[in-house]
Ligand binder design. Structure first.
Ligand code: UDP
Ligand code: MG
Length: 317
């Protein structure tokens, strides 16, 4: 076996006890069928259900399995980042541990890679076993991001994808804390292509992405790749000022001609509340960016590792 494998499969794991054996079995089967060398990098993102021991057992039994165990839960995007840091393959595949992304699709991704594509992302043509709420919010999210961000992030595409070593090397240098890996992979450039697949229902367990985490990811995506929310305040400011410039002479004329149309506190109250609201929202948006700047400035490591394969960590956190 060559020193470095051709393929690295990266799977983030947060309480996936029941899914790990099947993940290992399916990935092994698919990867063995390629006839190439491979490794499976399992990143334990602070699991509390015994997943950690299952990962350790697998790593002890099969040298192709390598474990990265976090000191606590750092979140999905950070877990995948650690997986990228520790993987050594020439082509790196990011896959969910719950088997919503069928490992068999890796063969199709690999085919495109062999044709010379450096990023092969899997597009969700269909989704099975997800609530309408998740589907609607996801569809809206992808379209919003597509519209307002500066990089063209493909629609209906998750993190399930194959990345060439060249791309991963660049992404590993991008140490931003609030990460949106899909955006980062698009930002890098290179030859990219999509492969359509059917996203299945979870094999076992519940989603680890509640609405609060989805919202956080969406905010990271927007703030990470767009200034648009900051500019909204400017636009609203111009509109409000424009309205005032039109309104002032009108009200003055009405007053002089003796009309009582604009008397009373209601109009004043409404405009004060409206503008106060807009200002507070703008401040909040500013805060989202400032908070992120603060996090970057602190320069803490992206994650803390409890156990990892020795000596072969390619990048520091
Ligand atoms: N995950 C993780 N850390 C987290 C949340 C999720 O490592 O804090 C992993 C999870 O174990 C799974 C993948 O990320 O392998 C995708 O999560 P999930 O299936 O819950 O998200 P969904 O598919 O529902 O969007
Ligand atoms: Mg899932």
């Amino acid at each position: 076996m060559a020193e470095t494998p051709v393929y690295s499969i990266v799977a983030p794991i947060f309480n996936e006890y029941d899914n790990i054996p099947e993940l290992y079995r399916r990935v092994s089967e698919v990867m063995d069928s390629t006839g190439e060398t491979w490794e499976l990098v399992l990143v334990d993102d602070g699991s509390t259900d015994g997943s950690t021991d299952r990962i350790r057992e697998l790593a002890a039994r099969d040298k192709r399995v390598r474990q990265v165990i976090f000191a606590r839960n750092f979140g999905h995007q950070i877990a995948v980042t650690a997986g990228l840091d520790y993987s050594r393959g020439q082509a790196i595949v990011i896959i969910d541990a719950d088997l919503q992304d069928p490992p068999e699709v890796i063969l199709e991704l690999a085919e495109k890679w062999k044709e010379g594509y450096e990023v092969v992302y899997a597009v969700r043509a269909e989704r099975e076993g997800e609530t309408w709420f998740k589907k609607v919010t996801a569809a809206l999210f992808y379209r919003l991001i597509f519209r307002i961000t500066d990089v063209k992030i493909p629609l209906d595409t998750g993190d399930f994808r194959l990345l060439d070593r060249k791309v991963v090397n660049v992404m590993n240098q991008m140490r931003e804390r609030h990460r949106f890996l899909r955006g980062m992979a698009s930002w890098v450039g290179f030859k990219q292509i999509g492969v359509r697949y059917k996203r299945l229902a979870r094999l076992s367990g519940e989603t680890k992405y509640p609405f609060s985490k989805m919202l956080k990811l969406a905010l990271n995506a927007i703030t990470g790749f767009s200034y648009f929310p900051l500019q909204v305040a400017t636009y609203v400011g111009f509109v409000a000022a424009g309205l005032a410039i039109i309104a002032i002479p009108i009200v003055a004329v009405l007053r002089v001609t003796g009309s009582h149309f604009f008397e009373g506190q209601t109009t004043t109250l409404i405009s004060v509340l409206f503008l106060g609201g807009v200002q507070l929202i703008s401040l909040g948006i500013l805060g989202e960016y400032v908070g992120r700047i603060y996090d970057e400035v602190k320069g803490r490591p992206l994650y803390v590792v409890r156990e990892a394969p020795e000596d072969d960590r390619l990048n520091q956190a």
